[in-house]
Design a protein around this ligand. Structure first.
Ligand code: IPM
Ligand code: MG
Length: 357
Protein backbone atom coordinates (compact mmCIF):
# COMPACT_ATOMS: atom_id res chain seq x y z
CA UNK A 1 0.00 0.00 0.00
CA UNK A 2 2.81 2.39 0.83
CA UNK A 3 4.34 2.31 -2.68
CA UNK A 4 1.08 3.08 -4.48
CA UNK A 5 -1.05 6.19 -4.40
CA UNK A 6 -4.09 5.08 -2.50
CA UNK A 7 -6.67 7.07 -0.64
CA UNK A 8 -7.20 5.20 2.59
CA UNK A 9 -10.82 5.20 3.72
CA UNK A 10 -11.25 5.68 7.42
CA UNK A 11 -14.62 5.57 9.14
CA UNK A 12 -14.78 7.83 12.21
CA UNK A 13 -17.07 6.92 15.08
CA UNK A 14 -16.52 9.73 17.60
CA UNK A 15 -19.31 8.40 19.85
CA UNK A 16 -20.22 9.94 23.20
CA UNK A 17 -18.76 12.02 26.02
CA UNK A 18 -15.18 13.07 25.31
CA UNK A 19 -15.15 10.77 22.25
CA UNK A 20 -15.73 13.57 19.69
CA UNK A 21 -13.10 15.84 21.31
CA UNK A 22 -10.32 13.26 21.25
CA UNK A 23 -11.29 11.86 17.83
CA UNK A 24 -10.95 15.32 16.35
CA UNK A 25 -7.42 15.53 17.74
CA UNK A 26 -6.55 12.15 16.21
CA UNK A 27 -7.89 13.29 12.82
CA UNK A 28 -5.74 16.42 13.00
CA UNK A 29 -2.69 14.26 13.65
CA UNK A 30 -3.57 12.01 10.70
CA UNK A 31 -4.06 15.04 8.46
CA UNK A 32 -0.73 16.48 9.54
CA UNK A 33 1.21 13.30 8.87
CA UNK A 34 -0.62 12.85 5.55
CA UNK A 35 0.49 16.34 4.46
CA UNK A 36 4.03 15.71 5.56
CA UNK A 37 4.35 12.35 3.79
CA UNK A 38 2.14 12.96 0.77
CA UNK A 39 -0.63 10.55 1.76
CA UNK A 40 -4.35 10.87 1.28
CA UNK A 41 -6.92 9.85 3.83
CA UNK A 42 -10.65 10.04 3.29
CA UNK A 43 -12.75 10.32 6.43
CA UNK A 44 -16.38 9.37 6.76
CA UNK A 45 -18.01 10.24 10.08
CA UNK A 46 -20.92 8.26 11.54
CA UNK A 47 -22.93 7.93 14.72
CA UNK A 48 -22.30 5.07 17.13
CA UNK A 49 -23.22 4.55 20.77
CA UNK A 50 -25.60 6.67 22.80
CA UNK A 51 -25.78 9.38 20.13
CA UNK A 52 -26.97 6.76 17.63
CA UNK A 53 -29.60 5.51 20.10
CA UNK A 54 -30.92 9.08 20.43
CA UNK A 55 -31.05 9.53 16.66
CA UNK A 56 -31.91 6.07 15.33
CA UNK A 57 -33.07 4.05 18.34
CA UNK A 58 -30.14 1.67 17.91
CA UNK A 59 -26.46 2.09 18.94
CA UNK A 60 -25.28 1.14 15.47
CA UNK A 61 -27.29 1.03 12.26
CA UNK A 62 -26.79 -1.57 9.54
CA UNK A 63 -25.58 1.18 7.20
CA UNK A 64 -22.88 2.20 9.66
CA UNK A 65 -21.82 -1.43 10.07
CA UNK A 66 -21.60 -1.79 6.28
CA UNK A 67 -19.57 1.41 6.01
CA UNK A 68 -17.13 0.09 8.63
CA UNK A 69 -16.81 -3.27 6.87
CA UNK A 70 -16.05 -1.51 3.58
CA UNK A 71 -13.40 0.80 5.06
CA UNK A 72 -9.66 0.33 5.44
CA UNK A 73 -9.89 1.13 9.14
CA UNK A 74 -12.28 2.39 11.80
CA UNK A 75 -11.29 5.02 14.37
CA UNK A 76 -13.50 5.21 17.43
CA UNK A 77 -13.68 7.72 20.29
CA UNK A 78 -15.72 6.30 23.15
CA UNK A 79 -19.28 5.21 23.86
CA UNK A 80 -21.66 5.43 26.80
CA UNK A 81 -22.86 7.84 29.45
CA UNK A 82 -25.22 8.07 32.41
CA UNK A 83 -28.26 9.00 30.30
CA UNK A 84 -28.14 5.55 28.65
CA UNK A 85 -27.19 3.57 31.77
CA UNK A 86 -30.63 2.46 32.95
CA UNK A 87 -30.28 -1.30 33.61
CA UNK A 88 -33.79 -1.81 32.21
CA UNK A 89 -33.05 -0.02 28.93
CA UNK A 90 -33.70 -2.28 25.92
CA UNK A 91 -30.63 -0.97 24.07
CA UNK A 92 -27.26 0.23 25.33
CA UNK A 93 -24.41 2.20 23.71
CA UNK A 94 -21.94 -0.57 24.54
CA UNK A 95 -24.07 -2.98 22.51
CA UNK A 96 -23.08 -1.08 19.37
CA UNK A 97 -19.39 -1.50 20.12
CA UNK A 98 -19.77 -5.21 20.81
CA UNK A 99 -21.75 -5.70 17.60
CA UNK A 100 -19.10 -3.82 15.65
CA UNK A 101 -16.23 -5.85 17.11
CA UNK A 102 -18.06 -9.07 16.29
CA UNK A 103 -19.00 -7.96 12.75
CA UNK A 104 -15.43 -6.90 11.99
CA UNK A 105 -14.13 -10.17 13.43
CA UNK A 106 -11.47 -8.33 15.40
CA UNK A 107 -10.62 -11.11 17.82
CA UNK A 108 -7.40 -9.59 19.17
CA UNK A 109 -7.25 -6.32 21.06
CA UNK A 110 -3.70 -5.00 21.43
CA UNK A 111 -3.12 -2.63 24.32
CA UNK A 112 0.50 -1.51 24.60
CA UNK A 113 1.58 0.05 27.90
CA UNK A 114 4.82 1.98 27.72
CA UNK A 115 5.98 4.35 30.37
CA UNK A 116 7.34 7.70 29.34
CA UNK A 117 10.30 8.47 31.65
CA UNK A 118 9.12 12.01 32.34
CA UNK A 119 5.81 10.67 33.65
CA UNK A 120 7.24 8.61 36.50
CA UNK A 121 5.85 11.10 38.99
CA UNK A 122 2.35 10.90 37.52
CA UNK A 123 2.06 7.18 38.26
CA UNK A 124 0.51 5.96 41.52
CA UNK A 125 3.37 3.45 41.83
CA UNK A 126 6.79 4.23 43.28
CA UNK A 127 9.30 5.13 40.52
CA UNK A 128 11.62 2.20 41.32
CA UNK A 129 8.80 -0.24 40.55
CA UNK A 130 8.21 1.36 37.16
CA UNK A 131 11.67 1.16 35.68
CA UNK A 132 11.51 -0.62 32.32
CA UNK A 133 7.74 -1.04 32.11
CA UNK A 134 6.98 -1.92 28.49
CA UNK A 135 4.23 -4.46 28.10
CA UNK A 136 1.62 -5.44 25.58
CA UNK A 137 -1.71 -6.93 26.56
CA UNK A 138 -3.40 -9.00 23.86
CA UNK A 139 -7.01 -9.29 24.92
CA UNK A 140 -9.34 -11.80 23.25
CA UNK A 141 -12.17 -9.60 22.00
CA UNK A 142 -14.97 -11.50 20.28
CA UNK A 143 -15.64 -14.42 22.62
CA UNK A 144 -15.62 -15.42 26.26
CA UNK A 145 -17.88 -13.96 28.92
CA UNK A 146 -18.94 -11.03 26.74
CA UNK A 147 -20.50 -13.17 24.03
CA UNK A 148 -21.08 -16.69 25.42
CA UNK A 149 -24.57 -18.20 25.32
CA UNK A 150 -26.79 -18.55 27.24
CA UNK A 151 -26.97 -14.94 28.32
CA UNK A 152 -30.27 -14.06 29.95
CA UNK A 153 -32.01 -12.00 32.58
CA UNK A 154 -35.39 -13.42 33.47
CA UNK A 155 -37.78 -14.50 36.18
CA UNK A 156 -37.52 -18.17 37.13
CA UNK A 157 -39.71 -19.79 39.78
CA UNK A 158 -40.73 -16.34 40.95
CA UNK A 159 -37.11 -15.25 41.38
CA UNK A 160 -35.08 -12.86 39.24
CA UNK A 161 -32.29 -14.76 37.58
CA UNK A 162 -29.43 -13.77 35.28
CA UNK A 163 -26.67 -15.70 33.57
CA UNK A 164 -23.57 -15.00 31.46
CA UNK A 165 -21.44 -17.74 29.96
CA UNK A 166 -17.68 -17.97 29.53
CA UNK A 167 -17.30 -20.24 26.52
CA UNK A 168 -14.52 -20.83 24.00
CA UNK A 169 -13.83 -23.07 21.06
CA UNK A 170 -10.22 -24.20 20.67
CA UNK A 171 -9.79 -22.24 17.42
CA UNK A 172 -10.87 -19.01 19.12
CA UNK A 173 -8.12 -19.46 21.70
CA UNK A 174 -5.53 -20.62 19.18
CA UNK A 175 -5.78 -17.66 16.80
CA UNK A 176 -5.34 -15.04 19.53
CA UNK A 177 -2.61 -16.96 21.36
CA UNK A 178 -0.78 -17.48 18.06
CA UNK A 179 -0.85 -13.76 17.35
CA UNK A 180 0.46 -13.06 20.86
CA UNK A 181 3.34 -15.49 20.26
CA UNK A 182 4.16 -13.77 16.97
CA UNK A 183 4.12 -10.36 18.65
CA UNK A 184 6.34 -11.69 21.44
CA UNK A 185 8.85 -12.87 18.81
CA UNK A 186 9.33 -9.24 17.76
CA UNK A 187 9.80 -8.10 21.36
CA UNK A 188 11.51 -9.60 24.44
CA UNK A 189 10.25 -13.11 23.62
CA UNK A 190 8.25 -13.63 26.79
CA UNK A 191 4.56 -14.53 26.83
CA UNK A 192 2.36 -14.74 29.91
CA UNK A 193 -0.89 -16.57 29.23
CA UNK A 194 -3.32 -15.42 31.92
CA UNK A 195 -6.19 -17.67 32.97
CA UNK A 196 -8.08 -19.10 35.95
CA UNK A 197 -7.30 -22.73 35.21
CA UNK A 198 -7.52 -23.74 38.87
CA UNK A 199 -11.28 -23.08 38.73
CA UNK A 200 -12.65 -22.58 35.20
CA UNK A 201 -13.05 -25.23 32.48
CA UNK A 202 -12.72 -22.59 29.76
CA UNK A 203 -9.36 -21.65 31.28
CA UNK A 204 -8.21 -25.27 31.27
CA UNK A 205 -8.95 -25.40 27.54
CA UNK A 206 -7.16 -22.04 27.14
CA UNK A 207 -4.08 -23.40 28.88
CA UNK A 208 -4.02 -26.62 26.79
CA UNK A 209 -4.25 -24.65 23.57
CA UNK A 210 -1.55 -22.23 24.73
CA UNK A 211 0.74 -25.21 25.40
CA UNK A 212 -0.01 -26.75 21.98
CA UNK A 213 0.63 -23.44 20.24
CA UNK A 214 3.92 -23.00 22.11
CA UNK A 215 5.41 -25.92 20.13
CA UNK A 216 5.52 -23.66 17.06
CA UNK A 217 7.35 -20.92 18.97
CA UNK A 218 10.29 -22.53 20.76
CA UNK A 219 12.10 -19.16 20.91
CA UNK A 220 9.40 -17.67 23.14
CA UNK A 221 9.30 -18.38 26.89
CA UNK A 222 5.70 -19.14 27.83
CA UNK A 223 4.41 -18.98 31.37
CA UNK A 224 0.90 -19.46 32.70
CA UNK A 225 -0.23 -16.95 35.29
CA UNK A 226 -3.51 -17.09 37.20
CA UNK A 227 -5.50 -13.93 36.71
CA UNK A 228 -5.53 -12.95 40.38
CA UNK A 229 -1.76 -13.34 40.53
CA UNK A 230 -1.43 -11.34 37.30
CA UNK A 231 -3.44 -8.49 38.81
CA UNK A 232 -1.11 -8.47 41.80
CA UNK A 233 2.07 -8.68 39.71
CA UNK A 234 1.00 -5.78 37.54
CA UNK A 235 1.46 -3.52 40.55
CA UNK A 236 4.35 -5.32 42.27
CA UNK A 237 6.60 -6.26 39.30
CA UNK A 238 5.09 -4.75 36.16
CA UNK A 239 8.41 -4.63 34.29
CA UNK A 240 8.63 -8.44 34.41
CA UNK A 241 5.82 -8.67 31.83
CA UNK A 242 6.46 -8.55 28.10
CA UNK A 243 3.37 -9.84 26.25
CA UNK A 244 0.23 -10.92 28.12
CA UNK A 245 -2.56 -12.84 26.36
CA UNK A 246 -5.89 -13.41 28.03
CA UNK A 247 -9.65 -13.89 27.90
CA UNK A 248 -11.97 -10.98 27.06
CA UNK A 249 -13.17 -10.03 30.56
CA UNK A 250 -9.83 -10.70 32.25
CA UNK A 251 -8.23 -8.46 29.61
CA UNK A 252 -10.80 -5.73 30.13
CA UNK A 253 -10.02 -5.60 33.85
CA UNK A 254 -6.25 -6.02 33.63
CA UNK A 255 -5.84 -3.31 31.00
CA UNK A 256 -7.52 -0.65 33.13
CA UNK A 257 -5.13 -1.63 35.88
CA UNK A 258 -2.14 -1.62 33.53
CA UNK A 259 -3.21 1.72 32.07
CA UNK A 260 -2.77 3.67 35.29
CA UNK A 261 0.83 2.44 35.60
CA UNK A 262 1.85 5.08 33.09
CA UNK A 263 0.13 7.90 34.90
CA UNK A 264 -3.23 8.17 33.19
CA UNK A 265 -5.68 6.07 31.24
CA UNK A 266 -5.84 8.99 28.86
CA UNK A 267 -2.53 7.95 27.31
CA UNK A 268 -3.38 4.44 26.25
CA UNK A 269 -4.20 3.42 22.69
CA UNK A 270 -5.57 0.16 21.37
CA UNK A 271 -5.78 -1.72 18.10
CA UNK A 272 -8.31 -4.48 17.43
CA UNK A 273 -7.32 -6.84 14.65
CA UNK A 274 -8.75 -9.86 12.90
CA UNK A 275 -7.78 -11.95 9.89
CA UNK A 276 -7.41 -9.22 7.28
CA UNK A 277 -10.35 -6.82 7.02
CA UNK A 278 -10.47 -3.40 8.61
CA UNK A 279 -8.98 -2.91 12.05
CA UNK A 280 -10.69 -0.97 14.83
CA UNK A 281 -8.73 1.64 16.75
CA UNK A 282 -9.80 3.27 19.99
CA UNK A 283 -8.27 4.81 23.09
CA UNK A 284 -8.62 2.59 26.16
CA UNK A 285 -10.22 5.35 28.24
CA UNK A 286 -14.00 5.61 28.20
CA UNK A 287 -16.40 8.46 27.46
CA UNK A 288 -15.58 10.27 30.76
CA UNK A 289 -18.97 12.03 30.99
CA UNK A 290 -17.78 14.03 34.02
CA UNK A 291 -15.38 16.08 31.87
CA UNK A 292 -17.12 15.86 28.48
CA UNK A 293 -17.54 19.14 26.61
CA UNK A 294 -15.02 20.99 28.77
CA UNK A 295 -12.16 20.69 26.30
CA UNK A 296 -9.78 19.22 28.89
CA UNK A 297 -9.64 15.55 27.89
CA UNK A 298 -6.25 14.03 27.14
CA UNK A 299 -6.10 13.46 23.35
CA UNK A 300 -2.93 11.33 23.41
CA UNK A 301 -4.65 7.93 23.73
CA UNK A 302 -6.67 8.74 20.61
CA UNK A 303 -3.66 10.15 18.74
CA UNK A 304 -1.60 7.07 19.59
CA UNK A 305 -4.51 4.90 18.41
CA UNK A 306 -4.30 6.73 15.09
CA UNK A 307 -0.59 5.79 15.02
CA UNK A 308 -1.53 2.14 15.47
CA UNK A 309 -4.05 2.54 12.64
CA UNK A 310 -1.26 3.79 10.39
CA UNK A 311 0.95 0.87 11.39
CA UNK A 312 -1.42 -2.08 11.32
CA UNK A 313 -4.18 -1.22 8.85
CA UNK A 314 -2.40 1.08 6.41
CA UNK A 315 1.08 -0.44 6.79
CA UNK A 316 2.55 3.06 7.02
CA UNK A 317 5.25 2.32 9.59
CA UNK A 318 7.18 5.53 9.08
CA UNK A 319 4.07 7.66 9.48
CA UNK A 320 3.10 5.71 12.61
CA UNK A 321 6.55 6.26 14.04
CA UNK A 322 6.41 10.01 13.28
CA UNK A 323 3.14 10.36 15.19
CA UNK A 324 4.51 8.42 18.15
CA UNK A 325 7.68 10.49 18.19
CA UNK A 326 5.61 13.67 18.13
CA UNK A 327 3.60 12.49 21.15
CA UNK A 328 6.74 11.42 22.96
CA UNK A 329 8.39 14.75 22.14
CA UNK A 330 5.41 16.72 23.45
CA UNK A 331 5.52 14.78 26.72
CA UNK A 332 9.29 15.22 27.01
CA UNK A 333 8.87 18.97 26.61
CA UNK A 334 6.59 18.95 29.66
CA UNK A 335 3.23 19.31 27.90
CA UNK A 336 0.55 17.92 30.24
CA UNK A 337 -3.23 17.81 30.34
CA UNK A 338 -4.98 17.85 33.71
CA UNK A 339 -5.13 14.09 34.14
CA UNK A 340 -1.31 14.24 34.16
CA UNK A 341 -1.15 17.11 36.62
CA UNK A 342 -0.83 19.84 33.98
CA UNK A 343 -3.03 22.67 32.77
CA UNK A 344 -3.19 22.22 28.99
CA UNK A 345 -6.52 21.95 27.22
CA UNK A 346 -7.22 19.19 24.67
CA UNK A 347 -6.59 21.72 21.96
CA UNK A 348 -3.27 22.93 23.40
CA UNK A 349 -2.03 19.39 23.96
CA UNK A 350 -2.97 18.50 20.39
CA UNK A 351 -1.08 21.56 19.16
CA UNK A 352 2.00 20.44 21.08
CA UNK A 353 1.87 17.21 19.08
CA UNK A 354 1.06 18.84 15.73
CA UNK A 355 4.00 21.25 16.07
CA UNK A 356 6.24 18.19 16.01
CA UNK A 357 4.73 16.71 12.88
C1 IPM B 1 -13.16 -1.42 26.83
C2 IPM B 1 -14.48 -0.98 27.36
C3 IPM B 1 -15.57 -1.77 26.68
C4 IPM B 1 -15.35 -3.23 27.02
C5 IPM B 1 -17.01 -1.34 27.04
C6 IPM B 1 -17.26 0.11 26.73
C7 IPM B 1 -18.03 -2.21 26.36
O1 IPM B 1 -14.50 -1.11 28.74
O2 IPM B 1 -12.97 -1.35 25.59
O3 IPM B 1 -12.31 -1.84 27.60
O4 IPM B 1 -15.73 -3.69 28.10
O5 IPM B 1 -14.78 -3.93 26.18
MG1 MG C 1 -12.64 -1.64 29.59
Amino acid sequence: MSDQPHTARIVLLPGDGIGPEVTQAAVQALDAVARRCGRQFHFEERLMGGCAIDRHGTPITDETLQACLAADAVLLGAVGGPQWDDPLAPVRPEGGLLRLRKALGVFANLRPVRLHPSLLDASPLRPERLEGVDLLVVRELTGGLYFGEPKTHEVRDGRRYAVDTMAYFDYEVRRVVELAFRLALGRRKKLASVDKANVLESSRLWRQVALETARDFPQVALEHVLVDTAAMRLVTRPSAFDVIVTENTFGDILTDEAAVLCGSMGLLPSASLGDGGPGLYEPVHGSAPDIAGQGIANPLGAILSAALLLRYSLRLEEEAWLVEQAVWGALASGARTRDLGGTLSTHEMTRAVLERL
